[in-house]
Design a protein around this ligand. Structure first.
Ligand SMILES: C[S@@+](CC[C@H](N)C(=O)[O-])C[C@H]1O[C@@H](n2cnc3c(N)ncnc32)[C@H](O)[C@@H]1O
Length: 199
């Protein structure tokens, strides 16, 4: 699947919930996990995270929202049961994304919400457990961005095989790469042509 994603939590207090979320993130092939202003006790969270996510994936612990740094062009996607949020089934996931969930008691802070590039909600009657909400979003990303045979009209598995991937033509990026090229070391070239440095 093209692109990448990371997932994290803001201000979570229950390490089991974070451990659970991180374990699922690992299973869904997340590229990194993070916490913001959160009190994650790795020892306790590790008891539910039997896949040892933090031993396998980059883990960033940002002490404050101001300290949060994301890779360039990575969109921050807030996950919150908020009236202004886009409903998940109608949301197109960014190619590069970092998803952030809120705390059990307070949800996402207004500051974090303001910082997000997108805000999405899972259309449920009431709020889900934070780890479960994360799983629903990661599954939706997988289903909508991954390549799977189409669902048939009648109940049951796919009836048509996945069409073969068609590769595009070569993309020439000579001009773009030019700025990474350096001039040849002329003095050394001249010396080499003369037969190398004299002893
Ligand atoms: C237990 S909820 C917080 C509940 C909040 N205190 C409330 O009662 O409204 C913890 C987090 O799970 C996520 N969450 C739970 N249900 C959600 C939903 N239906 N849509 C989007 N996010 C959800 C959000 O990130 C939320 O901040």
């Amino acid at each position: 699947m093209r692109g990448y994603f990371g997932i994290g939590v803001e201000g979570i207090s229950k390490p089991y919930n974070v451990g659970n979320l991180f374990r699922s993130a690992h299973a869904f092939n997340s590229n990194f996990v993070f916490t913001v202003a959160a009190n994650y006790e790795r020892k306790i969270g590790g008891r539910v995270d039997t896949s040892d996510t933090l031993g396998q994936l980059p883990f960033y612990e940002f002490p404050t929202l101001e300290a949060l740094i994301l890779p360039k062009r990575c969109a921050l996607v807030g996950i919150e049961l908020d009236d202004d949020a886009v409903e998940l089934p109608s949301f197109r996931h960014p190619l590069q994304a970092a998803y952030v969930l809120g705390s059990e008691r307070g949800g996402l802070s207004p500051e974090m919400t303001a910082r997000c590039d997108h805000l999405i909600r899972i259309p449920t009657r009431f709020s889900l457990n934070v780890g479960i909400a994360g799983v629903v979003v990661m599954y939706d990303r997988l289903v909508s961005r991954g390549r799977f045979p189409a669902r048939p009209v009648v109940p049951g598995g796919p009836t048509e095989a996945l069409p073969e991937h068609v590769h595009g033509g070569p993309v020439l990026r000579q001009e773009e790469m030019q700025r990474f090229r350096t001039d040849p070391p002329l003095a050394e070239v001249v010396e080499a042509e003369k037969g190398g440095p004299e002893d």
